[in-house]
Design a protein around this ligand. Structure first.
Ligand SMILES: Cc1cc2nc3c(=O)[nH]c(=O)nc-3n(C[C@H](O)[C@H](O)[C@H](O)COP(=O)(O)O)c2cc1C
Length: 379
């Protein structure tokens, strides 16, 4: 087994000291009835904190806007998503934070708005209008695993949000950040990826607005910029803002925000200026080259172009061959880490099935073989 000790070096981001480089990737779990995380959710995160995960990023949590959540085409994995607003949910989160902190861990929530993937008429506020920047859902018939029957339902055209509604959405992120800080989280993470709300503002195929929220790449980033600037003030100087982006969209796995490193630089620059401390670069394979002519991964390019602390993700500890199975590929993680491509490595599915993944990555003990039942239980 590889010498993983470099991954167990500490890292400071703003005032936060991470004991090592292994981060739990955000994963929707659907165990928070009426949006309220309970004792089982607290125990689930605590188990990972006890087993040396350097930083936990929670599942996506609904931001304070009635249009944030609903059915999103993920089968039964779409009910009982937690909220980051309201007394009951915040009391639940306070217990989660206390449990993780009691185990010596760090925890940051991921703020989520489903955007156009929310099926109109569903979720905690069924009467709320689903939000797509220009009203229409986006391209259909692309390379996607979203069921065609769901796309047929969700892609009914809706009115585009007014300028005032877009501003209300920004305010919702800021309010949820203030709420998260009030219960003691160690920073904030923003879901700007995968074709959900923020990503549809970035993407030219879904954002064709001609007001201040649309136009060239920099203008399409304005929604994210206003969110980051607004929540940056609530987070304060000592805690980090983590921003997740992806080239791929659930509408289209082959979609790209940038075809070249220059395009990527133009996309990232306004986000850096707005105050992002960590880029969480969502890819399906942490070591896939991002652009022709270079071996550098998407995370590697992000770090090289911005100099900002960067996290890679995708396929650590798991691989797919029809079914998902466990692999030990930490040697490949280390090779890229030591080459300076990223500062942090996020682990998703391997940490679902084996809560001890981080500790075992240090000690060399065998991982629990991946079992898809882990999706449906909180072990
Ligand atoms: C069950 C499940 C739920 C997920 N939910 C989220 C989510 O809420 N927010 C998010 O940004 N990514 C989500 N993801 C993506 C993961 O964070 C991660 O990027 C992806 O699984 C690839 O990492 P892995 O190969 O280590 O699992 C989810 C993935 C899984 C498997």
């Amino acid at each position: 087994m590889a010498d993983t000790s470099p991954l167990f070096e500490p890292l400071s981001v703003r005032g936060l000291s991470l004991p090592n480089r292994i981060v739990m990737s955000p994963m929707t779990r659907n165990f928070s009835t009426d949006g309220v995380p309970g004792e089982d959710v607290a125990a689930y995160y605590k188990r990972r904190a006890e087993a040396e995960v350097g930083l936990i990023i929670t599942e996506g949590v609904g931001v304070d806007h009635p249009s944030a959540l609903g059915e999103a085409g993920m089968g039964k994995r779409q009910a009982d998503i937690p909220f980051m607003y309201g007394e009951a949910a915040l009391a639940g989160w306070r217990r989660v934070v206390e449990a993780v902190r009691g185990a010596g861990g760090l925890i940051i929530p991921q703020l989520w708005h489903m955007g156009g993937f929310r099926l109109q008429g569903t979720g905690p506020y069924p009467e709320a209008m689903s939000i797509r920047p220009s009203g229409f859902w986006g391209p259909v018939g692309r390379h996607t695993s979203t069921p065609a029957a769901f796309i047929a339902k969700v892609s009914e055209p809706l009115p585009a949000p007014t300028d005032e509604t877009v501003q209300d959405l920004v305010d919702g992120y800021v309010r949820s950040t203030a709420a998260a800080m009030s219960v003691g989280f160690d920073g904030i993470a923003v879901h700007g990826a995968h074709g959900y709300l923020i990503d549809t503002f970035f993407w030219a195929e879904t954002n064709q607005r001609d007001d201040r929220w649309g136009g060239d790449m920099a203008r399409r980033a304005e929604f994210a910029v206003q969110i980051i600037k607004g929540l940056r003030r609530e987070v304060g100087p000592d805690r980090p803002v983590i921003f997740r982006y992806s080239q791929w969209k659930q509408h289209d796995y082959l979609a790209r925000l940038g075809e070249t490193p220059d395009d990527l630089a133009a996309f990232l620059e306004p986000l850096v200026e707005a105050g992002v401390d960590v880029f969480d670069v969502s890819t399906r394979n942490f070591d896939r080259p991002a652009f022709e002519g270079s071996e550098l991964s998407q995370a590697g390019w992000t770090r090289k172009l911005t100099g900002v602390t960067t996290m890679a993700v995708g396929g650590v500890g798991v691989a797919r061959d029809g079914q998902i199975f466990t692999v030990d590929n930490l040697d490949r993680v280390l090779a890229r880490f030591e080459a300076g491509e990223f500062d942090l490595i996020a682990v998703g599915r391997a940490l679902l099935s084996d809560p001890q993944f981080a500790r075992k990555a240090r000690t060399g003990e065998a991982f629990i073989p991946f079992n898809a039942e882990a999706y449906d239980v909180l072990v």
